[in-house]
Design a protein around this ligand. Structure first.
Ligand SMILES: [Zn+2]
Length: 127
């Protein structure tokens, strides 16, 4: 894996949707089910989407060699979510040497995931 792309579900902040919900939404769009590999719920659960060995469908032009993580919400996240995200990234960085972490908004004109991933990495994650 070369890149980890962080996303949001673009659902109302604080509403506790799940990976199963996203799976249904993506199926109803005619996709092969959930396009993310991991989902982090508002109440702090790490849920599995696609297995990592299955190419994701979350970032146009970047799905090959990338892992997609989805934070439930739009731009406000719970402390539990930040905690789970940090732990997951630490694990993925160890398992995937040299992997780059980016926000979806760095490779598209979307606002997703609703925060500046590079700023967060520099000022929170790496401290
Ligand atoms: Zn996104």
């Amino acid at each position: 894996m070369k890149t980890i792309v962080i996303h949001c579900s673009a659902t109302p902040n604080g509403r506790n949707n799940t990976a199963a919900d996203i799976h249904q939404w993506h199926l109803s769009r005619g996709w092969d089910g959930i396009g993310y590999h991991y989902v982090i719920t508002v109440d702090g659960k790490l849920e599995n989407g696609r297995p990592e060995y299955w190419m994701g469908s979350h970032a146009k032009g970047h799905n090959k060699d990338s892992i997609g993580i989805c934070m439930i919400g739009t731009d406000v996240y719970s402390l539990e979510q930040w905690h789970i995200l940090s732990n997951l990234l630490r694990k993925l960085v160890i398992e995937n040497t040299g992997v780059k972490i980016i926000g979806h908004n760095e490779i598209s004109d979307k606002t997703c995931p609703g925060f500046d991933v590079q700023y967060w990495l520099k000022n929170t994650f790496n401290k």
